[in-house]
Design a protein around this ligand. Sequence first.
Ligand code: GDG
Length: 476
Amino acid sequence: MAEGRHRLVAVSNRVGPLNDEGKAGGLAVGLSDALKRRGGLWFGWSGSTSAEGTFKEASTEVENDVAMTTIDMNEEELEGFYYGYANRSLWPLLHYRLDLAEFDRQSDRIYRSVNQRFAARLAPLLEEDDLVWVHDYHFFYLGSELRQCGYKGRIGFFLHIPFCAPEIFTALPASHDIVRAMLAYDVIGFQTETDRRNFVSFCVQELDGEELPDQRVRVGDREVIADAYPIGIDAPGYARFAVSPEAGEHEEMVRDIAGDRLQIIGVDRMDYSKGLVERFRGFERLLEDYPENRGKVQFLQVAPLSRSELDAYVELRRELEELAGHINGRFATLDWTPLQIMTRGFTRRALAGIYRAARVCLVTPLRDGMNLVAKEYVAAQDPDDPGVLILSRFAGARSELKDALVVNPYSTDDVARALQRALTMPFEERKRRWETMRDAVFHGTAANWCDTFLERLEASGGDTTKAPDPEDADQG
Ligand code: GDG
C-alpha cells in the first residue's frame, strides 16, 4: 500500500508507548509498529482521571511522525466505562464467561456516553481522507458516534478479543444496539474466521441481515465488510531481541538455575481467560501420572497483575497462589521447587531470552482472541535447539500454528499428556514442528496485519458515497 497517502488515525483505550520496551498488552505492540511505519495520530485515554474528565483539555505528545493525543476521564466515567461495562460485562461475556458477566444499566449508560464523548473530542481532529482505525471492545459505539458528528471518511474497527456465539452475545441487554452501532464502521476486523462467523450469524439471526459474497454483510441498507485479519508480531524484530545481550543474560540465568532440568514456561497477564488454574492442575497431573518428571522439570509462570481492582481478578490471584503452594508442598524436595509464579513483569528483551531458555511453552487459554505469547515463543527459539509449543484449541493462534501440540485446556489429562509428549519429543520432530510454525509467524507479521486491514479500509470508500442514515447509526 502507498504509505502516507492517507493519514492513519488509531483509536484505542490506552495510547502508546511507541518504544519497543512497551509494557504488557498485545494491542500496544501491534499498533505502535503500524504508526511508527506510517506516521499519524493515536488517540485515546490518558490513563489519568480528573474532575473535568472527558471535558478536560487534551494533551498531545509528538514522537517522530506520530502524535499521541489523550484525554482524561473522571472517576465515574472510569468506573462505569472501563471497570464496569468493558471489564465486568463485555470482557467476560465475549470470552464465554456468562457466569462472571455483570450487567447494569448505569455502566451501560456511562459506556455509551464515554464513546460519545471520545467521538466528540476526536471529530474536530479528523480530516475527510484519514483512515480512522478504532480498536477493541471499549469502543463499539465510537464509529456510529463519529457519524453522528458528521464524519464521512473511512472508519474501520478491529476486535482483539473473541466475538462469542450469538447464543451467548444475546444475553447482553444491549447486544442489538451494539451490533447495529458496529455497522457504522466500513470494515470490521476479527482475529479468526470463527469470530467473523459468529458476528455474521448474529446479524442474520437477530437483525434480519444477509450474508453477501466477498465477506460482506447487509443489515437494512447498511452494507459492511466483516472479515478475519489475524494479528501478528514483528517476527524479525522479536528474533533479534532473542539474541540481544539482555536476552542472553536472562537465557543464561534461567539455564543456570534449571541445570539439567527441562524448563517449562507460561507468560500471561493474570486473567481468568488465560486458563492458569487449569494449567497448574495439568502440571500437577504430569507429576502424578508421569513421576519420572519429578525433580527433572520446572515450571515458571510469569503472570503480571492486571485489572487487580476487580473482584474476579483478586479471587484468581488467591486461587493461583494457593494452588501453587499446594503443588509445591506436595512435590517439592530440598533441592527442587516444581512451580514458580512471578507477578513482576520483564522487559520484552528479557522475556525473549526466557522463552529461548524454555524447552516447552504452555499457552492454554480457555478463550483468547489470538495470543501473541505463542507467536513470540516461536520467534524467540534457537533454530538449533527449538522448544515445543503447547497451544489451546481455543486460542485464535491455533488456526495458524498448526504444528503446535493442540490441547483442550479444560482437560487436565490432555494437558498432562501433551506436556509429557513435549518433554520427550525427539529432536527431529521438535525442529520440524518449529520450522513450520516459524514460517507461519514470519509470514503473518504485525506489518502484514496492518497493511491488509488498511488496504481493505482504503478500498472501502468510507461513507462518502451514501447519505448518512441516522436510523442505522442509532443505538436505540
Ligand atoms: C489481547 C487479546 C490478542 C506479558 N507479560 C509480560 C509482557 N507480556 C506481553 C506478551 C505479549 C502481550 O503481553 C500479551 O499479549 P496476548 O496476545 O498474549 O494477550 P492480551 O494482553 O490478552 O491481548 C489477545 C492481543 O490482544 C492482540 O490482538 O492476541 O488474544 O486478549 O506481547 O509478551 N511483556 C513484557 N513483560 C512481561 O512480563 N514486557
